[in-house]
Design a protein around this ligand. Structure first.
Ligand code: SAH
Length: 359
């Protein structure tokens, strides 16, 4: 059986072409986008302002793949974690973080992750597979519907499972669909892409017409330290990443966020803070300090609040903007780095193969 194409996988121009090829008007694509994204409808039969004939064509020629909500956990702080089941049975996690001050959805770009950062549980899974653009946007469709936020502005952070720049094309396609004026119509500045800093893709991102905010997972001020925590640093070091950040085209007043997970006794010393601040001189930067979210299987400890404050204060004294990320959803293991789908982990051998991916 030939599988039918997925409507929720198509950018609007592609949908217009598909409609035209079937003898329908191109502008119907706007209506379909409105149903799929603005109104959260995932059944062609419910798209009542389309002709019966067009609905029949759509149902016979296309599917609409929507991730199924397999489980939902609510934290005492209001954060919600969603386990979503994809078409092939694999699962990803996505998180809703209310009032921070905006509503924020934390979305995954891969099942698992190949980056193997030393303090991240998703990294322990290895890369299972890339998500498609439809599956990335599908998480937003499901979460907006589940939280009933159709009429509320929201932000998206690509900080769930996976490394977005390691799934470059589908991530960028998802961003284009999310920003389409006839769908969610999300302004690109409401999307933040967080990355370990894969250099070629970072340079490609700098040339994109639609530009999300950029967050770089730095975590250490020297290559020796960062190489231990973020293995990909052995391929593209700190100097190259910082140079790429300095060249990155930023809008007026906007800045690159540098995420820095604080690990007790590892990268939280005063000298680390001073080195970090020195490194970022001349970069339009803000530092986001993230006290480690500890979990079984993560071989590090969360520093004391006093150590966190001391670190942030030293960075701030060097005229670098700094904030401390408040952890949300720790009681439901929805905080940064705690997303893992048990039973989907790869064997150690497969993980190594995934880490050694080519340029
Ligand atoms: N792969 C991308 C996006 C996903 S991770 C990236 O690395 O940026 C999102 C953020 O959570 C990253 O800054 C990551 O380093 C951080 N993180 C991972 N594990 C964590 C943990 N256990 N505690 C706190 N933050 C963590």
């Amino acid at each position: 059986m030939v599988s039918r194409p997925d409507l929720a996988e198509l950018e609007r121009p592609a949908l217009e072409t598909a409609l035209e090829a079937r003898g329908h008007e191109r502008f119907r694509a706007r209506q379909i986008f409105g149903w799929l994204y603005k109104r959260g409808v995932s059944d062609v039969a419910a798209m009542t302002d389309l002709s019966r004939e067009l609905r029949l064509t759509l149902s016979s020629d296309f599917t609409i793949a929507t991730p199924a909500l397999a489980h939902r956990d609510t934290s005492i702080d209001g954060t919600e974690k969603f386990l979503l089941k994809l078409g092939d049975g694999l699962q990803v996690e996505s998180v809703f973080i209310p009032d921070t001050p905006a509503m924020t959805f934390c979305i995954s770009t891969q099942v698992g992750c190949a980056m193997a950062c030393a303090f991240c549980l998703t990294g322990k899974m290895g890369l299972v597979r890339n998500l498609t653009a439809g599956e990335i946007v599908g998480q937003v469709r499901v979460l907006v519907h589940a939280t009933n936020l159709h009429d509320t502005p929201f932000n998206i952070v690509l900080m769930g499972m996976g490394e977005p720049l390691h799934n470059y094309n589908e991530t960028m396609k998802a961003i284009r669909i999310l920003c389409d004026q006839h769908g969610f119509a999300l302004p690109a500045r409401r999307i933040t892409l967080s990355t370990v800093g894969l250099l070629p893709q970072l340079e490609q991102l700098a040339r994109e017409p639609l530009m999300p905010n950029l967050a770089i997972s730095l975590h250490a001020p020297t290559d020796a330290q960062r190489g231990e925590l973020v293995p990909i640093n052995r391929k593209w070091g700190i100097a190259e990443i910082i140079a790429a950040c300095k060249r990155f085209p930023l809008k007026k007043r906007s800045r690159i966020t540098f995420e820095y997970v604080l690990l007790a006794g590892v990268n939280d010393r005063p000298e680390d803070a001073r080195k970090l601040a020195r490194l970022l001189q001349g970069v339009k930067a803000k530092v986001n300090v993230i006290p480690l979210n500890a979990a079984a299987g993560i071989p590090f400890e969360r520093p004391s609040d006093a150590a966190v404050d001391r670190f942030a204060k030293i960075v701030a004294e060097q005229d670098v903007t700094v904030s401390v990320r408040k952890s949300r959803g720790r009681d439901i293991r929805a905080a940064c780095g705690q997303l893992i789908v048990e039973g989907q982990k790869k064997s150690a051998g497969q993980q190594l193969a995934a880490v050694a991916f080519q340029r």
